[in-house]
Design a protein around this ligand. Structure first.
Ligand code: FES
Length: 225
């Protein structure tokens, strides 16, 4: 059963500085598992960090004590200006209709985890969901999108089909690209902008931790470049 985020759990984006995490959120590495062709298939949990009530995660990509902030953002004069909009996901997403499922896609949120590519791209596959095998693949691929860029809805009920998460943070590690990916925020955790305005609370989003996203504080896949 899905666990609710503790009411005090939140992430505060600080001006040109780290993410301040409070509420004792668990933090662990989440490695992308690939097949021999390099296709993204699953996640594997790596190092689990001791859970503490509060901690500061590096957002500039320059800390010598990653994933935690060591103050380097000040030395490098990190510009962490937030550029993401506050409009709800559904207002920004495109919709692609299939026979049994509907796909919504907000491409600015792409974290480049590539679960949407194996076995045919999800944008093509969703149009063939009257085939139960393909429907299963589409649900798997959308549900593994860490950023919540891709969301599937059951056309009959209109309900989003979302993975169930214990409120927690994951540090995505991209095995194929050999690079650290974003912070995976799971289970409906509040994220406050530096101007104290909250972003839409979602089941899954990814936050930039390389400092290069053009859609801060969210990841836009820049780490893989
Ligand atoms: S945000 Fe502080 S070292 Fe990166």
């Amino acid at each position: 059963m899905k666990t609710k985020a503790p009411t005090q759990a939140k992430i505060e984006v600080t001006r040109d500085g780290p993410y301040l995490v409070s509420g004792g959120l668990p933090l662990s590495e989440q490695w992308i598992v690939t097949n021999a062709e390099g296709d993204s298939l699953e996640y594997r949990e790596g190092v689990k960090f001791p859970t503490t009530p509060q901690y500061a995660l590096c957002r500039c990509g320059q800390s010598a004590n990653k994933p935690f902030c060591d103050g380097s953002h000040a030395k490098v004069r990190f510009n962490g200006t937030e550029t993401a909009g506050h409009e709800p996901y559904l207002e920004q997403a495109k919709t692609i209709d299939g026979p049994t499922l509907q796909l919504t896609d907000q491409d600015k949120l792409c974290a480049f985890a590539r679960f949407c590519d194996p076995k045919g791209r999800i944008w093509n596959l969703v149009k063939q969901t009257d085939n139960p095998e393909i429907e299963k693949i589409v649900k798997h691929e959308a549900g593994h999108c860490p950023a919540g860029r891709l969301v599937i809805r059951d056309k009959a009920t209109g309900k989003a089909i979302e993975p169930e998460f214990t409120p927690s943070l994951g540090l995505i590690e991209d095995t194929e690209k050999k690079v650290g990916g974003p912070i995976w925020v799971r289970g409906g955790i509040t994220i406050m902008a530096a101007d104290v305005k909250a972003y839409e609370i979602r089941n899954r989003v990814t936050l930039c931790r390389c400092g290069n996203s053009a859609n801060k504080p969210f990841c836009d896949g820049s780490h893989a470049d």
